[in-house]
Design a protein. Structure first.
Length: 214
C-alpha cells in the first residue's frame, strides 16, 4: 500500500518531536531556552491532529476558551455535592466547575458551560493519570483542556443505532458536534449543537442559584 508523502512527512516530524520532548524531560539534552518544550509539544500536537485528519481518524481539536481561565494541572473540578471531583450537570443543560484563580489565591471562579441541543453525554473517568490510554491520545489530545472531536466514532455509533428508526433523518446527527472537557479526575463529553461559556467570580455554592435563576 502506497503511503501519502504528507503522511510520511508528518509521521517523521511527530516521531522526532516525541523523542526530543522525552529527551528534554529526562535531561538527556539541554534546553535551548525556557519555552522550548512547550513550543515543541504544542507543534507536535498540531502535527498529530493534521495526521489524524489526513487519515480520516478521530482528532482532538482545541475549542475557544476564556483567556481569563488558565487551564493547567491546577484546574480541578469540584462537585457541588459532597466535594467529589466531578462537574455539576443539570438536565444536560449546563456544566459547572470551579477554578482556583492563580492571581487571586483565595478566590474562586465558576465556569458555566451552557450546552445547546444536547443529544447524549458521558461523565466520569478516566483521570489524567491514564491519559496515555485514551483513544484520542496521539491524535491531538492534551491532558487538560476543551476540545471538539472531528471524525467522532461516538457520533457514528449514535447514528448507526438510530438507523433502525424508519423515520430517522441522518441530518439530525450530522448537525451535532462532539465536545470534550478534560479535568484532573474527570472528563465530560457531549454530543450537542453547540455551547456558550460564562465566567463568574465566586464558589459553586454562590454561583449555582444565580446561573439557574434561583
Amino acid at each position: 500500500m502506497t503511503i501519502h508523502p504528507e503522511e510520511q512527512r508528518l509521521t517523521a516530524l511527530i516521531y522526532d518531536a516525541r523523542r526530543r520532548c522525552r529527551d528534554l524531560v529526562e535531561g538527556k539534552v539541554e534546553f535551548e531556552d525556557v519555552g522550548e518544550y512547550d513550543r515543541l509539544h504544542a507543534q507536535m500536537l498540531q502535527w498529530e491532529r493534521e495526521l489524524a485528519m489526513l487519515r480520516f481518524e478521530q482528532a482532538a481539536i482545541p475549542i475557544d476558551w476564556p483567556d481569563s481561565v488558565k487551564w493547567s494541572n491546577a484546574s480541578r473540578v469540584q462537585g457541588f455535592f459532597g466535594g467529589a471531583e466531578l462537574p455539576v450537570v443539570f438536565f444536560y443543560d449546563c456544566l459547572l466547575f470551579s477554578y482556583k484563580l492563580a492571581e487571586r489565591r483565595f478566590e474562586d471562579q465558576v465556569v458555566a458551560v451552557t450546552i445547546q441541543g444536547a443529544c447524549a453525554m458521558k461523565i466520569g473517568g478516566p483521570s489524567d493519570s491514564v491519559i496515555e490510554g485514551h483513544p484520542l491520545f496521539g491524535r491531538g489530545l492534551e491532558i487538560y483542556g476543551a476540545f471538539k472531536v472531528e471524525n467522532s466514532t461516538w457520533k457514528s455509533e449514535i447514528d448507526e443505532m438510530h438507523m433502525v428508526d424508519y423515520y430517522y433523518d441522518p441530518k439530525e446527527i450530522g448537525r451535532l458536534n462532539h465536545f470534550m472537557w478534560l479535568f484532573h479526575k474527570a472528563q465530560v463529553e457531549v454530543l450537542a449543537m453547540g455551547y456558550e461559556i460564562e465566567v463568574h467570580d465566586g464558589t459553586l455554592e454562590t454561583v449555582v442559584p444565580k446561573v439557574l435563576g434561583g
